[in-house]
Design a protein around this ligand. Structure first.
Ligand code: NDP
Length: 241
């Protein structure tokens, strides 16, 4: 058993979410891991971990996973609303179904995730919400149109939530990474966009590892509750845009 508080992560089956689950677990926190690929989360073999098959579009499933984990490890003190997909594409030829998917997962999924823990944090007057945006939530790219829209949404919601929750002593930290080496490109189905992305990535010497994101997040989390790093914008040094 551990006396550190419970942390929860959506999209914990790969990439940045997986790295955050590993990093916070190594720091002694019990972890609630949520994603659709249950076996991938179980295979991480983390101690004091609860793995739940959750689709973030299912508000009740997130709430139930949180409730079950809290009954075992106490209240969630940190939630990472991370699950997301990047159907990057030329908007002129992108099937609208791809917009639906991104909007549902990247925006409504984030709200469902926040909703599962926000009231408890307000009541306890403590807690930290990490919100996964992107560098594409600060700057628009012509071949990321709807993806940028979903990430600008996360930025806007985070700004608003930060002000709203400051009176409750709850921290809201927005993440704005550049190119990170994960499985995210498997969601890019538009060949031309994928080729252009990869070409740009080679020019910058490749992406950086997700462990850099998780380590800086742990540092931000470990600051005293009255100290807030409002945004973490981390990119490869050679990433220009
Ligand atoms: P990965 O593809 O490696 O991870 C995405 C995670 O999200 C997986 O664990 C996946 O799990 C989960 N996920 C996707 N859809 C759902 C869903 N409907 N319900 C629950 N979980 C879901 O990519 P990243 O780690 O890169 O992506 C994580 C976040 O980081 C995303 O929001 C992405 O937009 C953002 N980001 C990534 C950057 C990068 O360069 N990699 C840069 C900036 C932001 P499963 O499929 O098992 O459900």
């Amino acid at each position: 058993m551990t006396d550190k508080p419970l942390v929860a992560v959506t999209g914990a089956s790969s990439g940045i979410g997986e790295a955050v689950a590993r990093t916070f677990s190594a720091a002694g926190h019990p972890v609630l891991l949520m994603a659709r690929r249950l076996e991938r989360m179980k295979a991480l073999g983390l101690t004091n971990a609860i793995c739940r098959q959750v689709d973030v579009r299912d508000r009740e499933a997130i709430a139930k996973a949180v409730k079950d984990a809290e009954s075992e490890y106490g209240s969630v003190d940190m939630m990472f609303a991370n699950a997301g997909i990047a159907r990057l594409a030329d908007i002129g030829r992108q099937p609208p179904e791809e917009w639906d998917e991104m909007i549902d997962i990247n925006t409504k999924g984030v709200m469902n995730t926040v909703h599962a823990v926000m009231a408890g944090m307000m009541e306890r007057k403590s807690g930290t919400l990490f919100m996964m945006s992107s560098i594409a939530g600060r700057k628009a790219y012509p071949d990321h149109t709807v993806y940028c829209g979903t990430k600008f949404f996360v930025h806007a919601v985070s700004e608003s939530l930060r002000e709203y929750l400051s009176g409750y002593n709850v921290r809201v930290i927005v993440l704005s990474p550049g190119v990170i080496e994960t499985e995210v490109l498997s969601g890019v189905l538009d060949r031309g966009t994928l080729a252009a992305y990869k070409e740009n990535k080679v020019k910058m010497g490749g992406g950086i590892g997700p462990e850099h994101v998780s380590e800086i997040m742990l540092h931000a989390y470990q600051m005293p509750q009255n100290a807030l790093i409002q945004e973490i914008c981390i990119t490869p040094t050679r990433q220009k845009y």
